[in-house]
Design a protein around this ligand. Structure first.
Ligand code: TYM
Length: 336
């Protein structure tokens, strides 16, 4: 049976990039995988949230908000195991064991560390550097078969496979299952609305570039109406958008929100300008995202209910993690 596992950092609110790239797939898989008798597990990666400074009160608040957002977006805590990483100590424990299997040379190749540390490599936290090993532990703990993520996480999952393979070889075991990344076909990489060479992310300096799920309807619509485009008309085929990255990005977002193919959407707008396209996109986004925001706000009224959801999820996750952690400890000679 399939075992689907994925995580999201609580730092920064859910935005259109991680919603379309990851969370929308998560809810779809919840239905599909469960119909086949599989299991879906989603977690708030609060331990990964520590790799860059965050005030404790903010981390607590954002973990609660991210949980509410995921539930509002359709993750059903009665059907999926929904938890936060910190409540399942096995993530940290396995991570230490895997630190001794992963190689420094492997981590040195990780592009996300290079991007995030920038010129200040010496001043980056060890956690930021070691981030992908904790991520490997996150998935290897659960015999995960599939990991739905955006394209930017693909390299980290390849590392998780390398770590699993080396562990299995070095300790002559079949303990770890090799996880397959599942990159969203509809929205592998959503780009900034101001600069289509940068991915949409909370660390982007311009507020206008990121549509957040907490934005009001007015703000969402405004961000799309002011999104950067070019003066040309929309063409008849996708190929003609090859060197128009802003236009291509808006088309991708429209299609992903509408659950249609980009070619199909283009059929409606070929020969029209962005003056016609952008208001429709703004309306569509408000119609899809507004209800999620409203539900999230409603759920945030009862913080203890959210806490209870995470507690229940963590309890189930701890049960599933225990035998795999134990297996790793045994394989390495830690159990006497
Ligand atoms: P995070 O929190 O940055 O993002 C969560 C998910 O959203 C995807 N994503 C995007 N997809 C398309 N376009 C974008 N602009 C965009 N921005 C974000 C990410 O690829 C991700 O799937 N390291 C992970 C969290 C994590 C994890 C894991 C994921 C921790 N442990 C184990 C899978 C398995 C991260 O920082 O994602």
């Amino acid at each position: 049976a399939k075992r689907v596992v994925s995580g999201i950092k609580p730092t920064g609110n859910l935005h259109l990039g991680n919603y379309l790239g990851a969370v929308k797939q998560w809810t779809a898989m919840q239905d599909r995988v469960q119909a086949e008798g599989g299991e879906t597990m989603y977690f708030i990666a609060d331990l990964h949230g520590l790799t860059e400074w965050i005030a404790p009160a903010d981390l607590r608040q954002q973990t609660i908000e991210m949980t509410a957002t995921l539930v509002a977006a359709g993750i059903d805590p009665d059907r999926s195991i929904l938890f936060n990483q910190a409540r399942v100590p096995a993530h940290s424990e396995l991570s230490w064991l895997l630190n001794n299997v992963a190689r420094v040379g492997w981590l040195n190749r990780m592009t996300q560390f290079k991007d995030k540390a920038g010129k200040n490599r010496e001043g980056a936290s060890v956690g930021l550097y070691d981030y992908p090993v904790l991520m490997a532990a996150d998935v290897l703990l659960y015999n995960t078969t599939h990991v739905p993520v955006g394209e930017d996480q693909k390299q980290h999952l390849e590392l998780a496979r390398d770590i699993a393979t080396k562990f299995n070889t070095d300790y002559a075991t079949t303990l770890f299952t090799l996880p397959e990344p599942l990159i969203s076909a509809a929205a592998p990489r959503i780009m900034s609305l101001r600069d289509a060479s940068a991915k949409m992310s909370k660390s982007n300096p311009s507020e206008q570039s990121v549509v957040k799920l907490v934005d009001s309807d007015e703000v969402i619509a405004d961000k799309f109406r002011k999104a950067k485009t070019d003066p040309d008309l929309l063409p008849a085929t996708i190929e003609e958008l090859a060197d128009r990255p802003e236009a291509r990005n808006l088309l991708t977002i429209f299609a992903a929100l509408a659950d249609r193919t980009p070619a199909d959407v283009l059929g409606d707008y070929a020969g029209k300008g962005f003056g016609a396209f952008k208001p429709d996109l703004a309306d569509l986004a408000v119609a899809k995202l507004g209800p999620i925001r409203n539900e999230m706000v409603r759920l945030l009224d009862d913080r203890s209910a959210i806490d209870a959801i995470l507690n229940k999820g963590a309890e189930k996750a701890r049960d599933l993690a225990a035998p795999v952690l134990r297996g790793a400890q045994e394989a390495m000679g830690l159990v006497l």
